[in-house]
Write a protein that binds this ligand. Sequence first.
Ligand code: MN
Length: 413
Amino acid sequence: MNTWKSIIKESDFSLQNLPFGIFSSNRRQPRVGVALGDEIIDLAALHDIGLLGDLEIKKSVLINSSLNDFIGLGRKATTKVRSILQQHLNYPKSELKDYPSLFVQQSNAKMHLPVKIGDYTDFYSSIDHARNVGKLFRDPKNALLPNWRHLPVAYHGRSSSIIVSGEDIIRPKGQLKQDENLSPVFGPTQRLDFELEMGFIIGKDSQMGSSITTAEAEDYIFGLVLVNDWSARDIQKWEYIPLGPFLGKNFATSISPWVIPLESLEPFRANGPKQAPAVLPYLQYKGKRSFDISLEVAIEAEGGEEEILCQVNFKSMYWNMSQQLAHHTINGCPVRVGDLMASGTISGKTRKTMGSLLEITQGGNKPIKLSNGTSRAFLQDYDKVIMRGKCAKKELRVGFGEVRGKILPANLF
Ligand code: MN
């Protein structure tokens, strides 16, 4: 799909993509925008000139510090906005050309957390990740726990510490147990890690007591973002028995600012791995429910250069998003617009496809060498971690942009 706007061929934000986000600039208070190439289309300005047609969207939905009200209009409306934009941007004589103020350079804008997240759930859906971690912490022969192939394991995370790409991460403090035989001590984590994940944003409320089937699950998925589930491995290891992750996880989770609508990803549908043993009927599904998204993680040490640590594909996930949602609601738990469901760390079997330092360095035992001569078992202060995602097929590109964060030293007191 072509446009009269000049967009480089490799741009993440093609006319096929048109992701939604919340931006502000000098002259514009936070509002809904659509990324296109290096620019942002201001939907409130588009509304002002009457180009959103007969959608009857209230202005307050668009001049808003979150996408929730916009998403809440429903997929019919949000898809219509996309198709209006695609028509106008494709048509060489479009009247959009008369309104240069509809467009804001991304470099002149500040991106905000795109959604007000009510509830946040983090799954554990990569079989290689679960195996890699199981081998490190438990018996290598029984790396997967007995429930793993029967249900998408997850824990409830915390939405209050979800931040947008670019915000710094303060090294968390907590209880650390440095040796089996020693008592726990208190201090800044010595094992700060990242987790490469994808997340999906709920686009429609479900009812308390009802369950979403795998067949209807995608109606409830508005779009996808990149997620970095920052983790303090020493805090996590000591606290997680028997109730699971807590303070080792909930100090910060970063997401990318642009929500990629599910329909942008249509051309990149893929088959997931074969599931054996067969799953229970409520987890069975039809069609291609995985997506071919190339992901990477880079690290940039202070004064150093970006270095790629991991490259892996989202389609390798054992449990897909439809199954995750069906499982999440099978007990009648409702989901609401703006909820975030993250995939869990995405990893392959080999070192260069592992989505966390825990796996890459085998529990910190095999540090990696960086090109500036230093090595890393876990993250150091002022390290930056950058994650990117991209779909590509022939000429077609749909990218996620990036999620980045920098580690700052722990607060002293
Ligand atoms: Mn995680």
